[in-house]
Structures are given as structure tokens and as C-alpha cells.
Design a protein around this ligand. Structure first.
Ligand code: GAP
Length: 437
């Protein structure tokens, strides 16, 4: 079982995730993705876009601005209701979330038997504010979006008018969101800047029809994580109690992962009813209704939303894939998510004929789109190179040895089984492409 410490250390050491602004002492709740982290995150986003947008007739995508007219956030209810309950320890003045039992308990025990008194909970708004404008004292307040969602709903009419979409249909989006979290923590799990991958699916405003899509998308999203290799027994659905539900939600279910710090949400699936479009109609004065040409009915659609965190997914994919074996650490990531697909090694770096041939193989594989990125390594001994690739989840390593010079064959070494097979160089790209499918 991966501990969080081991994942944090691997992530830093191998270039997945670094603390944000580290040389200046960091900035709480921010993280930078390194060379391997950006590849992993891009693979997750690509897999989402492929499954939820590109392969569906009933879904299109958009990429809305992070900065929006502040009225958007008044209409959406976030200015008023996007809050967490904040309490302050009267002993040391640390501020925590009143609804995070484990953190409250850990804090109380840190005072070692001393009686800890808490202030009454007060509502703390999570929206991050910024100022826009060129005249110093006339800058206007804007918000960094607290969810990527509203960029889709304010464009509901634009999408209808510029495409042939008809209800039921969805709009997918991936992008950054910002929250002034009271207690960021558990590595990237609760950050102040993070990415979301969402689908907003518009349905007829009838409970039965919306519920059908709700069940459908719950199942689809759970399947997506399992297809990408997440251990089924570590996943579960949990329905929100009424008091937990966000102000916009009629119903809310989380997909949770059994993490080293307990069962934790990393995707929320919500029935938002007609909340968002009705509110935008009210606040903007624009008609946000849909006219159904088949039935002649005009209505404000319901919205079924799937809202996943890219960073939380990346963290849980890493934790889930982490495995310690006798003499190696291996990340058993699905090849679709592995940052590096193939690594090429000359058996010995000081034999120019081996290096020359390995460079040719590396060049050959680097032209094949489905195998990218391909890594090159000629440092240390071959065993160490295999282990270095295992630790970052590279599914296949190719070694060019002295037999290669005689018969044009190379070895393909499999990350999970460590078994090796020999194949001809002229069939290598096709063999690897097939294996990676
Ligand atoms: N549009 C709906 C929405 O934003 P949410 O449940 O507040 O719903 C959806 O957030 C997902 O966004 C969460 O399941 C989580 O994966 C991610 N997320 C939310 N807050 C986060 C944070 N502070 N740090 C990292 N990810 C976060």
C-alpha cells in the first residue's frame, strides 16, 4: 500500500509534482507539475476529452475564460453561498473547517490534554478575488472562477445558436478553478488552484428523464476510471446528505477513492435542476430557455453535471498504481496514462556501434505518434535503467545488444511481468503499437 509520504517523495524526486514557488518558501495550496507530471495530467485530460466529447455525437466542448463578469457569480449563488464553516482555535488561533472531523480531532490532540475551545462556526467564502483595470484606484473586483461550470452555462445560447445540438446534449470543458481553501492539505488533494474536467448535460425538465441521464452518467464516469486501470475495490459511490449538498444541487453523488487518508471524493455527479439557467435568465435579463421544435414546448432545461478533479484523479491514479516489489518500485499505470510509453537503451554506452544502432531505433520509434514520448537512457547498468523506468510507469523498454548487430533483433521488456521477448527491428513499431492499444 502506498503511503502519502512515499508518493510525495516519488513525485518530487522523479519530476511529477513539485511544491509551488518552492525557492521562495512555497505558497500554500499550490503545486507545479514537472516533466512527467504534465504528461500524466495531459493523458488524463486527453482520455476524458476522448471518451466524453470526441466519441459522442451528443457532446461538444468549449474553453471559456477564467475571468468573468462578477454578476455571473452573484447569479450562480457563489457570492452568497459558496462557503465553508470556519472555526478558530481559541488557544493558538489556527483556523480550521468545522466540518472536517479528522482535522479538528488531530488539532485537539496536538494540544496534548489542554482544553481546546472553538469559536462559533462562521461562513467563509471560498471565491478568490482579483482586481482588473488600468487606473489604480478604479480597479474593479473580479473573481477567479470557483468552478469551471458557469463558463458553460452562460454560453448555453451561443452553443445552441452555433451548432445543431438538440436536447438532450452536453458540453464538456476542462480548465483551472480556484478556491480560497481554509486548510489546503493532503498533498494536491485540497489545493487552492486546481483543474476540473466537467460535463454539463442538458435534459428535459422532467424528473424521470433527468434521473435516467443522471444514472447513465454516474455509471459512465465510474466505468471510465475502471477502464483506465483504477482498482474497482477501491472505488465507491456516496450520496450526499441534504445538509452537505451545494446550493445548486438537487441531488449529489461522489465517486470516492479509498486513499491513504480515508475514503475521499474526487468526482462529483450532480443534478443541478434548472438552477443555473434560471438564475442567469433572472440576472442577465436574457432568455435562457430552449424551444423544442418537435414538441413545440419551451422550457428551461435541467442539468446533469459530472465534475472531476484532474489533480485528484492524477493523485489517486499514482497511489493506485504504486507497488513495491522485492527489489523495485513499480507504477502499474495503464499505458494510456503512462507519461513515457517506451524507453530505448544501448546495452553499453561505451560501444559506439551499439549506441549508433540504438539511436537509429530511437529515431525510428520517435516518428510513431502512438508511441510518443519515447525516452533515451544510456546511464548506469541496464538493471538500474529498467528500475528507473518501472518507477515512472514506462510500460516497455527496448534494449539494443550485441545480437542486434548480428540479426537486427532487439529485446522488449515488459514492465509488469519483467519478461523479455526478441523482435525484429522492422516489426518493432507495429508490435509496440499493438501492445499499447
Ligand atoms: N461544478 C461542480 C463542482 O465544482 P465540486 O464537488 O465542488 O463540484 C468537483 O468539485 C471536483 O473538483 C471535486 O470532486 C474535486 O475532484 C475537484 N476539487 C474541488 N475542490 C478541490 C480542491 N480544493 N483541490 C483539488 N481539487 C478540488
Amino acid at each position: 500500500m502506498a503511503t502519502l509520504d512515499k508518493i510525495v517523495s516519488l513525485a518530487k524526486r522523479r519530476g511529477f509534482i513539485y511544491p509551488g514557488s518552492e525557492i521562495y518558501g512555497g505558497l500554500g495550496g499550490t503545486w507545479d507539475y514537472g516533466p512527467l507530471g504534465v504528461l500524466l495530467k495531459n493523458n488524463i485530460k486527453h482520455a476524458f476529452w476522448h471518451r466524453v466529447v470526441n466519441t459522442r455525437e451528443d457532446v461538444v466542448g468549449i474553453d471559456a475564460a477564467i475571468l468573468m463578469n462578477p454578476k455571473v457569480w452573484e447569479a450562480s449563488g457563489h457570492v452568497q453561498a459558496f462557503t465553508d464553516p470556519l472555526v478558530e482555535c481559541k488557544v493558538c488561533h489556527e483556523r480550521l473547517r468545522a466540518d472536517q472531523d479528522e482535522e479538528i480531532k488531530a488539532h485537539e490532540s496536538s494540544h496534548k490534554g489542554q482544553k481546546v475551545q472553538w469559536t462559533e462556526p462562521r461562513k467563509f467564502n471560498l471565491l478568490v478575488e482579483a482586481k482588473l483595470g488600468v487606473v489604480e484606484d478604479q480597479k474593479s473586483k473580479v473573481y477567479l472562477r470557483g468552478e469551471i461550470t458557469q463558463g458553460v452555462h452562460v454560453n448555453f445560447k451561443n452553443v445552441l445558436d452555433s451548432t445543431r445540438m438538440q436536447i438532450p446534449f452536453g458540453v464538456g470543458q476542462i480548465g483551472k478553478a480556484f478556491r480560497n481553501e481554509i486548510t489546503p492539505g493532503n498533498f494536491t488533494f485540497r489545493s487552492r488552484e486546481f483543474e476540473q474536467m466537467e460535463l454539463q448535460y442538458y435534459t428535459e425538465p422532467e424528473k424521470k428523464k433527468a434521473d435516467k441521464w443522471y444514472e447513465y452518467w454516474k455509471e459512465q464516469r465510474m466505468k471510465w476510471y475502471i477502464t483506465l486501470g483504477m482498482n474497482k475495490s477501491k472505488l465507491r459511490f456516496r450520496q450526499h446528505e441534504e445538509f452537505e449538498r451545494a446550493h445548486y444541487a438537487k441531488d449529489a453523488w461522489d465517486i470516492e477513492y479509498d486513499s491513504p487518508f480515508g475514503w475521499k471524493e474526487f468526482e462529483g455527479i450532480h443534478n443541478r435542476g434548472d438552477w443555473d439557467l434560471s438564475q442567469h435568465q433572472k440576472y442577465s435579463g436574457q432568455d435562457m430557455s430552449y424551444f423544442d421544435q418537435k414538441t413545440g414546448k419551451k422550457y428551461i432545461p435541467y442539468i446533469i453535471e459530472t465534475s472531476g478533479g484532474v489533480d485528484r484523479a492524477a493523485l489517486f491514479f499514482l497511489i493506485d498504481a504504486y507497488s513495491e516489489e522485492k527489489n523495485r518500485v513499480v507504477l502499474k499505470l495503464s499505458p494510456e496514462l503512462s507519461p513515457i510509453k517506451v524507453a530505448v537503451f544501448p546495452l553499453l554506452a561505451n560501444k559506439p556501434e551499439l549506441v549508433k544502432c540504438a539511436r537509429e531505433v530511437y529515431g525510428l520509434l520517435s516518428t510513431v505518434h502512438s508511441l510518443l514520448p519515447v525516452d533515451w537512457d544510456d546511464r548506469g547498468n541496464i538493471g538500474k535503467r529498467y528500475f528507473a523506468q518501472d518507477e515512472i510507469g514506462t510500460p516497455y523498454c527496448i534494449t539494443i545488444d550485441f545480437d542486434t548487430l548480428k540479426d537486427n533483433t532487439v529485446t522488449i521488456r515488459d514492465r509488469d511481468t519483467t519478461k523479455q521477448e526478441r523482435v525484429k527491428i522492422n516489426t518493432l513499431a507495429a508490435t509496440l503499437t499493438k501492445k499499447l492499444q
